[in-house]
Design a protein around this ligand. Structure first.
Ligand SMILES: Cc1ncc(C[n+]2csc(CCOP(=O)(O)OP(=O)(O)O)c2C)c(N)n1
Length: 641
């Protein structure tokens, strides 16, 4: 058997997950991009086709889990990664897959985002593992992430069901020493799909029977987890306080106990193989302690199960965590947000009665400014074509007497839900821009609501979620206006290709889908595609779209500026710089450019009282030239540096 490298490497949690999968001989991996999970697949793709699995970008998470399942059904070990909200999209398939089980080992990597660093919510996807009765492993460190992912494939094959590896932003994106396991030479692929089975891949045979079989697997898995090496105890044999923790919070708990110097009277039960709960292991430990503190992110998933043990204890124990009277109050452990060592110290002191048990304020990830950092508004990048599009959107609504509003969607343009313009009035799930616009359109048609709703959606989100919404729009017979911001990729998550990019996960050519043709397939023929750079002309198109009958689609097609600028640098294309004519700039008396077109490439130079171009940030797109009423912003000459 050929063996390649065994050593230690400094890896992120996501890289470690990819490594663990590779060591397990994963043959197929799929994903729709989503922070904080994306690098799992990007790392697997970087191993290349020779060493790595086949890597497939999917159009959305449901499509992703389906293709990974087909690979597993046919004998290939498969991995499907997604961010937490993606689990909602995959859920319909997932909640049958748990009943059918899989074929070859199938691992689902779910990356949650406690504190919503880069997400629209901070949902705890572990609830899905409980609901679906799927085994779940919760790594706390990158090294565990590798070991658990590798093991998850074996467990999946032992139980014939998908296994969840649950990570969180803190783990996915932080680095740690990872001991590399062996990469065995891959066995030859033996593809086999049991097409003769009448009962395996469908509800035939009875869902109740399948549900019963699932519960039996749960019990089998519980027994395996009772003795799992991933559940470990440390500390006093009969502690005053038993802390039970899972995932990164178990590392916070370890540090908190050490910093309080209470290892002599405290115990820590770290749950890595956590769902189903290793009931006997937990019960035995609780029997030896009077006070139990449960620390986890985000929901009290284990806490609920652990509190359920109470009636079976031979002596009473007091439980502290997020719940009081069944409601997460956060009096001991914060009920929302990301945890850290200080918050766990706080929770221990409260459980010990040394601090008052009231909710501790948990900073939201997005308002956690420190004195050392300048406070910045969330903003589109310098040169982002979406800024030009939204400038035109505002002027179109203005021309319409202030009537109308944008219903937003998920992508870089989601920033426009916030200050200073708050243009997107809504931000929900992917595709909900068109979905909500359908609702407003129906109100318009049947209830006399008289404001046009402009659905704004990116190209990646369009493929992810727009088709059913478009069918709804066309079928409802309403007036609908859609602005598609096509910047050629999935910019927000790191510029992965979309179905219209013409590229695959390896950057090689793939079929490119035609957005206009798809729209025409729904009977939509009023489609205008243009570069939004001429903002006045673009605004006219949008005005037409929001004031006309029928369905009107405007496509703003201009490449993401980060990619354009990168390509230009590589090809040595020099673009003339943008300059401010200090004579013409009215400075503080005007400031229209900074107020109406707040690009990070423009700053106000208070000392000399004029606006300045920050050359370090400016991408020389030149959009701002159109904004100055006094002609003070102009294109300069190409410099010969
Ligand atoms: C269900 C779900 N899956 C994945 C994501 C992660 N995500 C955020 S925005 C986005 C797509 C952005 O692409 P696009 O719509 O083209 O807009 P752009 O960022 O390129 O402007 C993705 C995949 C998410 N928020 N929700």
């Amino acid at each position: 058997m050929e063996q390649i490298a065994t050593a230690k490497e400094l890896l992120t949690g996501n890289e470690a997950i990819a490594r663990g999968a590779l060591e397990a001989g994963v043959r197929f991996a799929s994903m729709y991009p989503g922070t904080p999970a994306t690098e799992v697949i990007e790392t697997l793709a970087a191993y290349g086709k020779e060493r790595g699995p086949h890597v497939q970008w999917a159009v959305n998470e449901k499509a992703s889990i389906e293709i990974a399942a087909a690979a597993s059904f046919s004998g290939l070990r498969s991995l499907c990664a997604m961010k937490h909200v993606g689990v909602n999209v995959a859920a319909e398939f997932l909640l049958y897959l748990n009943l059918s089980g899989c074929g070859a080992g199938m691992v689902l990597v779910w990356a949650d985002d406690p504190g919503h660093h880069s997400s629209q919510n901070e949902q705890d996807s572990r609830n899905y593992a409980v609901m679906a009765g799927l085994p779940m492993l919760e790594p706390a460190t990158p090294d565990e992430a590798r070991r658990m992912t590798r093991y998850a494939f074996e467990l999946s094959e032992e139980l014939v069901m998908p296994v969840v590896v649950r990570t969180v932003t803190r783990l996915s994106h932080s680095r740690g020493d990872v001991e590399l396991g062996e990469l065995d030479a891959l066995p030859e692929d033996r593809l086999y799909f049991d097409k003769e089975s009448m009962v395996r891949w469908s509800p035939i045979g009875g869902i109740v029977n399948k549900h019963q079989a699932l519960l039996q697997k749960n019990e089998q898995c519980r027994q395996i987890f009772e003795a799992s090496e991933f559940n470990a105890y440390k500390g006093a044999e009969e502690p005053d306080l038993l802390v039970i923790a899972s995932g990164p919070p178990s590392i916070f708990a370890e540090e908190a106990i050490a910093s309080l110097g209470i290892w002599g009277s405290t115990g820590l039960l770290k749950l890595g193989a956590s769902c189903p709960l290793p009931y006997d292991l937990v019960k035995d430990r609780i029997e030896k302690a009077e006070n139990v503190l449960i620390v986890e992110e985000v929901d009290p998933v284990h806490e609920r199960a652990i509190r359920g043990i109470a009636p079976e204890l031979s002596r009473p124990a007091r439980f502290f965590g997020k719940l009081e009277k069944g409601i997460p109050t956060g009096n001991y452990v914060p009920a929302c947000g990301e945890l850290n060592v200080d918050l766990v110290v706080d929770a221990i002191l409260k459980a010990q009665g040394k601090k008052e048990a009231v909710p501790t304020e948990v900073a939201s990830a997005q308002v956690d400014f420190t004195d050392d950092l300048p406070a910045r508004m969330i903003s589109l990048c310098a040169g982002c074509p979406h800024r030009a599009s939204y400038y035109a959107v505002r002027s179109a609504f203005k021309r319409n007497g202030g009537k109308g509003f944008c219903v937003g969607d998920i992508g870089c343009y989601a920033m426009r839900v916030g200050p200073p313009f708050f243009e997107n009035k809504t931000l929900y799930a992917m595709g909900s821009s068109i979905g909500l616009a359908n609702g407003f359109g129906l109100l318009n048609k049947h209830f006399g609501f008289d404001e046009p709703a402009l659905a704004v959606i990116g190209d990646s989100t369009f493929f992810h979620a727009a088709t059913a919404e478009l069918a709804q729009m066309a079928w409802s017979g309403i007036a609908g206006a859609i602005l598609i911001l096509d910047n050629g990729g999935t910019a927000m998550t790191g510029f992965q290709p979309t179905p219209s990019s013409g590229l695959d996960a390896y950057g090689e050519p793939a079929p490119a889908l035609d957005i206009e043709a798809i729209l025409r397939g729904f009977g939509i023929d009023r489609i205008v595609t243009t570069d939004p750079t001429d903002m006045a002309a673009f605004s006219d198109l949008l005005y037409e779209a929001i004031t006309s009958e029928g369905i009107n689609v405007v496509i703003a097609r201009r490449e993401c500026e980060l990619i354009r600028a990168y390509k230009n640098r590589r090809m040595g294309v020099d673009t003339p710089p943008v300059r401010i004519d200090a004579e013409k700039c009215k400075g503080e008396k005007c400031m229209a450019c900074l107020k109406e077109f707040p690009c990070p490439g423009l700053t106000y130079e208070g000392k000399i009282g004029v606006v300045r171009v920050n050359e370090a940030v400016c991408t020389r797109c030149g959009d701002c030239v159109q904004v100055c009423r006094f002609g003070a912003i102009e294109r300069g000459e190409v410099s010969d540096e």
